[in-house]
Design a protein around this ligand. Structure first.
Ligand SMILES: [Zn+2]
Length: 359
């Protein structure tokens, strides 16, 4: 049993994964980014509690990451491994090619629409994740020990469904690891994404010069496709800026209340219409919690209904969980965005976040 997670030591080990030599594929990075997002959404009441991460959910997040990245860039399909192949990418690419309808909808909707194809791809990806990247992730020679520092992987390295089922279809983050990952996420996620961009650039030298915005392509929010969500929100809640109330009929921006760069949630619950000045001024800053409360106060039922009408994910629970995780892991006096040119500080009372509604 490892000692409770020391944040600095854990951070160093994760950075060591980045530096542990030339990667031949981006799968470990995908697992790490997905784990960071899930850690933020899973911060426990008791910081020292072990935290279960559902392997189906982790798999879905990895598929979601690659699904977005498989959009062609300047007509090119980018490689994510040195030899250009791999079970995980093949599975996601296969799913894309079988899918009818607009692919930019997001894989979550493909899952509900064409569940047979999705489940088949999901199962292949999951078994491969357990067999390789999840098993190999912690293989570091760090000092003279080869100690597991995130979760017990002794049973992994198999694609036996029985083995996975007998371990509850989950991995269990060691005590303290989830909170530490959530706290380190603002530092580590951009670092992993940068490494990922570097890897993809190296693996696609033949087709990429320094021209295209590769980071934006791999990790940016998809502004164009958000327009449909913006129209539906304006129809329902009026054509005004969520933050300052200005009418947005002329120029309407769609803002991620919890910043896209932090949590990557583009479900309707995390989207609001905003005027250009508020949207630009808020940028990637963490908003004051009151804005997240207000976004949630639009009501789960209403948001779910609009989402269903326009065939869009709602992500109500994810916003609640990510909001809880983001604020609970900030130091007191963290600057937060209240309104245009108005930065305030997070106070302890602000982060007394409600738990997910169960209804
Ligand atoms: Zn505004």
């Amino acid at each position: 049993m490892p000692a409770p997670a020391d944040p600095l030591a854990l951070g160093q080990k994760l950075v060591a994964i980045l530096e542990s030599g030339r990667r031949t594929a981006t799968y470990k990075l995908a697992v790490l980014v997905a784990l960071l997002d899930l850690a933020v959404e899973s911060v426990p009441e008791n910081p020292e509690a072990p935290v279960d991460i559902d392997l189906d959910e982790l798999t879905s997040r990895v598929i979601e990451l690659y699904w977005r990245q498989m959009r062609p860039l300047d007509g090119n399909q980018l490689r994510q491994s040195s030899d250009g192949r791999g079970v995980i990418l093949d599975a996601v690419a296969g799913l894309r090619s079988q899918t009818t309808g607009p692919r930019e909808l997001g894989v979550g909707l493909i899952a509900s629409r064409d569940s047979g194809a999705y489940m088949a791809a999901h199962s292949r990806v999951k078994r491969t994740l357990i067999r390789y990247p999840l098993k190999l992730l912690q293989n570091l020679t760090f000092g003279d020990e080869n100690e597991r520092f995130l979760y017990d992987d002794s049973w992994m390295g198999t694609d036996s469904r029985t083995a996975v089922a007998s371990h509850g279809n989950r991995l269990t983050l060691f005590p303290g690891v989830c909170l530490t990952l959530a706290r380190l996420a603002p530092l580590l996620k951009p670092a992993f994404q940068l490494a990922w961009v570097d890897d993809v650039r190296r693996m696609n030298k033949a087709v990429l010069d320094d021209g295209p915005d590769l980071a934006g392509h791999l990790f940016g929010a998809d502004r164009v496709s958000l327009q449909r969500a913006g129209d539906a929100l304006a129809d329902k809640f009026g054509p005004s800026c969520f933050y300052c109330g200005t009418t947005t009929t002329r120029v309407r921006h769609i803002d991620h209340v919890l910043p896209w760069s932090r949590v990557g949630i583009d479900g309707l619950t995390n989207l609001v219409t905003a005027c250009q000045s508020c949207n630009i001024n808020k940028s990637d800053r963490l908003p004051a919690p009151v804005h997240v409360e207000r976004a949630l106060d639009r009501g789960r039922k209403v948001l779910d209904e609009i989402a269903a009408e326009i065939n869009w994910p709602s992500h109500y629970d994810r916003v609640v969980a990510a909001g809880h995780g983001l604020y609970a892991t900030q130091p007191v006096n963290t600057p937060v965005w209240l309104s245009r040119n108005n930065i305030t500080t997070l106070s302890r009372t602000d982060i007394d976040w409600r738990r997910p509604e169960t209804s």
